[in-house]
Design a protein around this ligand. Structure first.
Ligand code: ADP
Length: 459
């Protein structure tokens, strides 16, 4: 008899729908929550039941209202809570409160949430597991003098990072001594504003790196596997825009070394659930740990496409006590996970590429999506008549394509993006098209500076 029969999904948009679908296929009843601003949002209609939450709260705070969410969970006989990504997904307090209330938190245990929520602690764990880390300050940096001392020792450029940072926010690059003072005070105030904590630390800036990350699954019985890597180097302002799996331009021995390093770290800490170990790889093929994301990620779709493993279902089954070896998850060992073909994910957002990616809002008058063989769509409120509000992030639909080769995955992506007709609201589709049609994207010869250094993408 399964313990988890009813799941409350503490999220909105495409990821809430993704989780609801995974539950549905496993025969699990689903409960959605929605803010008053999301009264017409699709995710509430996809669930078996849906409840208004945080009526007196701001649009974002409604989804962060732990006690109201727990109240709904208790009154609806919920067994487990899936937090998706963002919002409460890495919230230690929610995980603790779930435990106190006898609910299962679908994600890692509290020890790993706190270990990886703090970037300094995460670095220390990585070092203890023998992973290379970027030269950086040993702990939090508390004064301008300490920053100057770091600059004297390591030189410029370097990067100031919020210890609790995430989502590409709370980072400042310092290239020259005269920018130091202002960058320091700005980084601290940004960290405070975004994460409620102004602690920062320092890292050398790696020039022209690739962002490579490894998807991990661990169960409660000590089994850990990787599901290969993703290349997430197509970024704007340190935020991912397009991801591919597997990576294209890494020599095989380097790919294996990176995947092995990720497994080594997660095995050492005894990680449970889905998680991602992120690395930067320099042009001379050195790799460095940057962080662990202890949650499902936006770009998990492409790993599912190349491995066939349903990562969200695996999260649910693991939380219910299943072993990776069990038939339902079906991973007896690492060797049986194959890596087939190539996948690309584009994040279609309601942002105007012709106007510095300003978020656009309003009603979608017409919506026709692309589709066909090799295309997967994960959409939030993407339909004719939907009203896009300014309250939440601007992700409209994730378009993922799969092909036997990277070239054919690109051909499918180009075709699919071309098929889209969205009227009434601006989207970044023309920009995404330019990226996937670019020579560098075809050959995999880009790094995290690609968008910033390619004005031709904006025409
Ligand atoms: P977040 O948690 O906000 O996503 P990360 O530490 O994962 O922050 O970094 C996000 C991106 O910022 C990386 O993918 C990379 O492009 C850039 N970055 C972070 N640290 C460095 C560094 N030391 N050198 C160069 N780029 C970096």
């Amino acid at each position: 008899m399964k313990r988890i029969q009813t799941v409350l999904v503490a999220n909105r948009g495409e990821i809430a729908i993704r989780v609801i679908r995974a539950c549905n296929e496993l025969g699990i009843r689903t409960i959605a929550i929605y803010s008053k601003e999301d009264i017409f949002s699709l995710h509430r209609y996809k669930a078996d039941e849906a409840y208004l939450v945080g009526e007196d709260k701001s649009p974002v705070d409604a989804y962060l209202d732990i006690e109201s969410i727990l109240h709904i969970a208790k009154s609806r006989n919920v067994d487990a809570i899936h937090p998706g990504y963002g919002f409460l997904s890495e919230n230690l307090n929610l995980a603790k409160r779930c435990k106190e209330e006898g609910l299962v938190f679908i994600g890692p245990n509290t020890e790993h949430l706190s270990m990886f929520g703090d970037k300094i602690n995460a670095r220390a764990q990585a070092m203890a597991a023998g992973l290379p880390v970027i030269p950086g300050s040993e702990g939090p940096v508390n004064s301008l003098e300490e920053v100057k001392a770091f600059a004297d020792c390591y030189g410029y450029p370097f990067i100031i990072k919020a210890i609790l940072g995430g989502g590409g926010r709370g980072m400042r690059i310092v290239r020259t001594p005269d920018a130091l003072e202002e960058s320091y005070s700005r980084a601290k105030s940004e960290a405070k504003a975004c994460f409620g904590d102004d602690q920062i630390y320092l890292e050398k800036l790696l020039e022209f790196p690739k962002h490579i990350e490894v998807q991990i699954l661990g169960d409660q019985h000590g089994n850990i596997v990787h599901l290969y890597e993703r290349d997430c180097s197509v970024q704007r302002r340190h935020q991912k825009v397009i991801e591919i799996a597997p990576s294209l331009s890494l020599p095989d021995d380097l790919r294996h070394a990176i995947c092995d390093a990720a497994v080594r770290l997660m095995t050492k800490v005894g990680y449970v659930s889905a998680g991602t170990v992120e690395f930067l790889v320099t042009p001379d093929h050195k790799f460095y740990f940057i962080e662990v994301n202890p949650r499902i990620q936006v770009e998990h779709t492409i790993t599912e496409m190349i491995t066939g493993v349903d990562i969200v279902q695996a999260q649910l089954l693991i939380a219910d006590g299943a072993s990776l070896h069990d038939e339902e998850i079906g991973i007896p060992d690492q060797a049986c996970i194959s890596c087939n073909g190539h996948a690309i994910q584009c994040r279609v957002t309601t942002e105007d590429p012709a106007n510095q990616f300003m978020p656009d809002t309003g009603k979608i008058n017409a919506y026709r999506s692309g589709g066909g063989f090799g295309v997967r769509l994960d959409a939030g409120n993407a339909y004719a008549g939907s009203v896009i509000t300014p309250y939440y992030d601007s992700l409209l639909v994730k378009v993922s394509t799969w092909g036997l080769t990277h070239k054919s995955a690109i051909a499918k992506m180009k075709r699919c993006l071309n098929e889209f007709r969205i009227r009434g609201i601006k989207t970044n589709i023309p920009f995404l098209y330019n990226v996937v049609a670019h020579e560098k994207f075809l050959h995999g010869t880009y790094d995290t500076s690609f968008i910033d250094t390619s004005p031709e993408l904006f025409v």
